[in-house]
Design a protein around this ligand. Structure first.
Ligand SMILES: [Zn+2]
Length: 234
């Protein structure tokens, strides 16, 4: 619900002119990866050195950097998912597909169950909010240390966001293009992926699932540059 409400801010006006996909119809080529076409992969909103944005600034605690970025990425993914959420329904997306994988929801007791994409998005939003607002897990007071449970919790946050980004690309990319949001999505995805790679937030199997897109975006865009982050940090 949070995603839907927030996303109206981005996509509301344009939705009126967009033809809805009929219920049950595949919302984008599930077998064709249109997001890999060069006319789309070159689209960005900024010509920034993303590696510089990703790198830990001098003097900052790494856990604080991870937590603040997790919060920012959550807000950005919320906006983008929200902009297409009216097209992501139980009938259009009865299962949670991200990249080539059908993802099941794993509850807090480790039980897996099938769910639709909008249900997955709702579950993910509530878990992420719970993690990021838990003062014991993500302390905001200087006197408190981050617990050992912080790292797995933050990895879970990034994994859930990665699945949501994957669902948007895999099942709703045509709508994203109609809304002219693909430059935002590409920029967000690349920033997100490079951040995850820098801080080992996704395992290699997850990274491999969208490697073709990551490669296409890096090759077709002006950034990331390979020199920025390290030279600034030394
Ligand atoms: Zn969907």
């Amino acid at each position: 619900m949070v995603f839907q409400a927030v996303g109206k801010l981005l996509g509301y006006r344009k939705h009126k002119t967009i033809k809805k996909d009929s219920p049950g119809k595949k919302t984008s080529g599930e077998n064709e990866k249109i997001y890999l076409e060069p006319r789309y992969t070159a689209a960005r909103v900024v010509d920034a050195d993303i590696l510089m944005l990703v790198a830990l600034p001098k003097g900052l605690n790494v856990e604080e950097w991870l937590a603040s970025n997790a919060s920012a990425f959550y807000n950005h993914v919320s906006l983008l998912y929200g902009s297409i959420s009216e097209f992501c329904t139980i009938s259009s997306c009865p299962s949670m597909k991200a990249w080539a994988t059908q993802i099941q929801w794993t509850d807090e007791k480790g039980r897996k169950r099938k769910c639709s994409a909008p249900q997955y998005a709702d579950y993910a939003a509530s878990i992420i909010q719970k993690i990021l607002t838990d003062e014991d897990l993500v302390p905001t007071k200087q006197c408190k240390d981050f617990p050992k449970t912080f790292q797995p919790a933050i990895q879970k946050t990034f994994r859930l966001l990665f699945h949501l980004l994957g669902h948007i690309y895999t099942c709703h990319f045509k709508t994203v293009v109609q809304l002219e949001l693909h430059p935002h999505l590409n920029t967000l995805y690349l920033h997100f992926l490079l951040f995850c790679a820098e801080f080992h937030l996704l395992d290699s199997k997850e990274l491999a699932s969208s490697e073709d897109l990551t490669t296409a975006l890096i090759q077709s865009g002006p950034s990331p540059k390979t020199s920025g982050a390290q030279s600034k940090n030394t």
